[in-house]
Design a binder for this molecule. Structure first.
Ligand SMILES: Cc1cc2nc3c(=O)[nH]c(=O)nc-3n(C[C@H](O)[C@H](O)[C@H](O)COP(=O)(O)OP(=O)(O)OC[C@H]3O[C@@H](n4cnc5c(N)ncnc54)[C@H](O)[C@@H]3O)c2cc1C
Length: 391
């Protein structure tokens, strides 16, 4: 991958106006980090199935982790546009290996929003420096979409809970030091009232990790199973209140879904830019591929779809900053943008001909890397359920 010539996305036809000079300065730092530390090493990360552990510390030193956390907890206290920039720059550098956004914008958020002062003071500064890597563990071998059906139990025993069960498909799972884990603490008829969230120390006795799972794409991102065998977790590690897990998980869902929209949009933009360049360079029948009417129309159609997608994402981002982003609007972005990037990438592979099927081309990797966006964060079918319920 070191030979990949990184191409920036084209300026959109309707200019963006979200970012200030401070945001752009942060973008420069993020861009340099992803272009030098991540992009050239994707093949090695794919072989080892995770990034180098020290890159978490490097990202922390540069202020790229947990930037939106308050300063007293190690962050920079900045707005979520900084989070969006990080996701965009990761996508522009064709990095599918790092799990920084999940760590900073999901795991740390749970601790900030629902943690006690002690929990926040203990975990967040260490997550901001990269000393502790965070994961969120909800999905189990037997259930994903239907969270209420989880079977991992936490049974009270004095000042502790005893946790038994397992989780699957956990991003950052292999390198994680801390995981926010959904557990069952009750057996009531109302499934949602049985769910609680625990902050689990991944180095505790009885907490073990499987080998990173072999995935269709995102080969460099560590995704694995977690096993809990009579793990003793202090009750002080309960997040919020017992039985409130489901409600806590709902609180930030709009943002978590918009995050997938943001990543999908940025990926579509950069793959499109690579494809425009390729079709100008590649010749057939004595002229550039870009000169064929079919190519020009396909590019025009993609350009239009991508730019319209950009306007919706940026508007959702504004609503998010105002605190007005609805679950339905975010669900619409999650499903539409993740479908859109897959459609765009598929078309871009076609315009690359045989080279589009070769892993050394960014478009080929994008083809396998972006597929998961339609599955995680709530499947696209679940997103349509949510939107339809609001009608
Ligand atoms: C790369 C990757 C990373 C992941 N990272 C994490 C992580 O960090 N933490 C974590 O907890 N999980 C993670 N997941 C798991 C992911 O969130 C789940 O895979 C996802 O929620 C779907 O659950 P499932 O796999 O059990 O599928 P199922 O729930 O079994 O769904 C199978 C199919 O049935 C459909 N379906 C289910 N219910 C309905 C319904 N009511 N109406 C219509 N259709 C329905 C689904 O849409 C899907 O098409 C990750 C997954 C992947 C692939």
């Amino acid at each position: 991958m070191s030979a990949v010539n990184l191409i920036r996305p084209l300026a959109p036809m309707t200019p963006r106006n979200l970012y200030s000079a401070e945001h752009e300065a942060f973008r420069d730092t993020a861009r340099r980090f992803f272009e030098t530390e991540m992009a050239p090493h994707q093949e090695r990360f794919a072989e080892q199935q995770h990034i180098d552990r020290n890159l978490w510390n490097k990202a922390g030193e540069l202020g790229l982790l947990c930037a939106t956390m308050p300063e007293e907890f190690g962050g920079s206290g900045v707005d979520r546009l900084y989070s969006a920039i990080l996701m965009e720059e990761q996508a522009f550098a064709l990095d599918s290996a790092s799990g920084f956004s999940l760590h900073s914008d999901i795991v740390a958020n749970y601790i900030l929003n629902f943690g006690t002062q002690e929990q926040k003071a203990y975990w967040l500064p260490k997550m901001a420096t990269g000393e502790k890597v965070g994961a969120i563990a909800m999905t189990e071998p037997g259930t994903g979409s239907d969270l209420q059906a989880i079977r991992t139990t936490a049974v009270a025993d004095g000042d502790d809970y005893i946790v038994n069960g397992s989780k699957i498909f956990i991003t950052n799972g292999y390198l994680c030091d801390v995981a926010v884990v959904a557990v069952k603490t009750g057996n009531s008829d109302k499934g949602a009232a049985n769910i609680s969230l625990l902050i689990m120390d991944a180095h505790a006795e009885g907490f073990s990790k499987g080998r990173p799972l072999k995935k269709v794409g995102m080969h460099g991102q560590d995704t694995c199973e977690l096993f809990f065998d009579n793990v003793r977790v202090p009750k002080a590690n309960l997040l919020g209140m017992e039985g409130m897990g489901f409600i806590m998980l709902m609180k930030e869902l709009a943002w978590e879904r918009l995050m997938i929209g943001i990543m999908s949009q940025a990926a579509a933009e950069v793959v499109f830019a690579h494809t425009v360049q390729y079709t100008k360079d590649r010749k057939a029948f004595g002229k550039a591929i870009a000169a064929f009417q079919n190519t020009r129309f396909k590019l025009a159609e993609m350009r239009t779809k991508i730019d319209i997608g950009r306007v919706y994402i940026d508007r959702c981002m504004e609503l998010q900053l105002e605190g007005n982003l609805t679950v339905e609007a975010a669900a619409a972005s999650k499903y539409w943008h993740s479908d859109m990037v897959n459609d765009v990438v598929d078309e871009c592979v076609q315009l690359h001909g045989g080279y589009g099927f070769m892993m050394e081309y960014p478009v080929a990797r994008a083809y396998i890397d972006n597929r998961a966006h339609r599955i995680y964060g709530g499947t696209n079918e679940i997103m349509k359920e949510l939107i339809s319920r609001s009608l």
